[in-house]
Design a binder for this molecule. Structure first.
Ligand SMILES: NC(=O)c1ccc[n+]([C@@H]2O[C@H](COP(=O)([O-])OP(=O)(O)OC[C@H]3O[C@@H](n4cnc5c(N)ncnc54)[C@H](OP(=O)(O)O)[C@@H]3O)[C@@H](O)[C@H]2O)c1
Length: 400
């Protein structure tokens, strides 16, 4: 979309906002729900609303296959952010593995059905609520919410938005927050990664995986083992992996031990089930395993009860008595449960933006899909075809 067209569109929305909200919500504090889930605008009968085209949103209507996500539209209303909130015209959204799990009913931070998924995105501020001094109309921002991002317009707390660096595209901005915050906190806050250490990164060619590789590269002399399908290995080497391992054809535990008999300092575990125990047993003394996902629960387009039973049966558990002589740590990380810790998260984003500006990190975009093609976008991830981040744009395809 051209800068002129974008400016004109923002101006239209701002003019509608200035014409007055459908109902006065300015005296209402944001609800607890609004703290986490981005709110769709309310429908309005006003003349200003009539001038606005309807807003498109993706809605998860039930648990199951790709067809459970529907593209819907709703009447637009002039943006009316509450105190502390901003309204953002969305330009790009990130697709995360959690949304694959949510569609199958396997994600514990989802709101009740039906709901609009999406935890992250980027766009332009079109209205600011009372008391918001750090954002203004026209700001390009990244947005982090618990859900509700996959729609054309989103209202969220200003604390859930982050100014985009000038040189960053909307697609890159939509790819940064969830993947890089996760990789950063795992490697540096829990992992305490230091020069000369070694890391095992599973799903290394995915969104979090590539973020982890790039962040490992910011520390001197780090050896990175990573599991990924063979076709992705060349690209992983460009992003700093030391030893790519095709887990479809090779036993990654044996492979790591061949090269580093004592194991590794940090294991990033997004897989769960039997892989957590394998990771734990690969730790050197003083090593840390950080568990942050359960991708092994997903074995097809729909939830498979046999797979779930098998993964839970093989779930790793360890007692304090076993940990003590082992000189190892096991940590759990879930960004979705840090939504009341925005100050902490915001500190990480500040450091990530600095790393981006210094050229140390750059989100790798696998593909960009319009809302209409959300099923294809999800298939791309679920069928293990993606290298890097999958992006959704409100569309239509050619305009973005
Ligand atoms: N705890 C948190 O706060 C947090 C935040 C973000 C992400 N995560 C977790 O981090 C992991 C990566 O997430 P992401 O969004 O970056 O996704 P992603 O890595 O881009 O996911 C897709 C890739 O994962 C690999 N994969 C491994 N097992 C898979 C399976 N059962 N089904 C489909 N693909 C599988 C495939 O690549 P290969 O074939 O090359 O392996 C596939 O291309 C997920 O487990 C996610 O839940 C956790």
């Amino acid at each position: 979309m051209s800068a002129e067209r974008e400016a004109a569109e923002v101006a239209t929305v701002v003019a509608a906002a200035e014409a007055g909200p459908a109902e006065d919500v300015s005296s209402q504090p944001p609800s607890a729900e609004a703290m986490g889930n981005a709110q769709p605008p309310e429908a309005s009968d006003g003349a200003a609303a009539a001038a606005l085209p309807p807003l498109r949103c993706l809605v998860l209507t039930g648990f199951g296959g790709y067809d459970k996500l529907k593209l819907q539209s709703k009447p637009a209303a002039p943006p009316a952010p509450g105190p502390g909130q901003v309204t953002v015209r969305v330009r790009a959204c990130g697709l995360n593995f959690a949304e694959i799990m949510a569609r199958q009913g396997l994600y514990d931070r989802s709101p009740p059905l039906p709901f609009t998924p999406g935890m992250e995105g980027a766009g332009v501020v079109v209205a600011v609520g009372e008391g918001v001094n750090d954002r203004k109309v026209g700001d390009r921002v990244m947005v982090l919410v618990r859900s509700g991002m996959w729609q054309e317009e989103v209202t969220a707390l200003s604390a859930q938005t982050f100014l985009m660096p000038e040189s960053m595209t909307f697609e890159e901005a939509a790819a940064l927050l969830v993947n890089y915050i996760t990789a950063y906190m795992i490697l540096f806050d829990f992992g305490n990664l230091r020069p000369g250490q070694s890391v095992l990164v599973h799903m290394a060619a995915g969104g979090v995986g590539i973020a982890a590789l790039q962040l490992c590269r910011t520390v001197e002399n780090v050896t990175v083992f990573g599991t990924a399908s063979a076709s992705k290995h060349e690209m992983l080497k460009e992003n700093g992996i030391t030893y790519p391992i095709d887990y479809h054809t090779t036993d990654y535990v044996e492979e790591v031990k061949k090269i580093s008999p004592k194991g590794v300092n940090i294991v990033m575990d997004p897989l769960g089930g039997p892989d957590t125990a394998k990771g734990y047993n690969l730790l050197k003394p003083m090593g840390k395993l950080i568990t942050y996902g359960m991708a092994n629960l997903v074995s097809g387009p729909k939830r498979n009860l046999m797979t779930i039973a098998r993964i839970w049966w093989n779930q790793f558990s360890v007692t304090a008595l076993q940990l003590l002589p082992a000189n190892r740590a096991v940590c759990g990380y879930h960004l979705g449960y840090l939504d009341s810790e925005m100050e902490l998260v915001s500190g990480v984003v500040t450091r990530l933006v600095a790393l981006y500006n210094q050229g140390h990190i750059k989100p790798h975009i696998d593909s960009v899909w319009p809302f209409e093609k959300v099923a294809d976008a999800m298939r791309q991830m679920q069928e293990k075809k993606n290298v890097g981040k999958i992006i959704l744009v409100p569309g239509p395809e050619k305009e973005n």
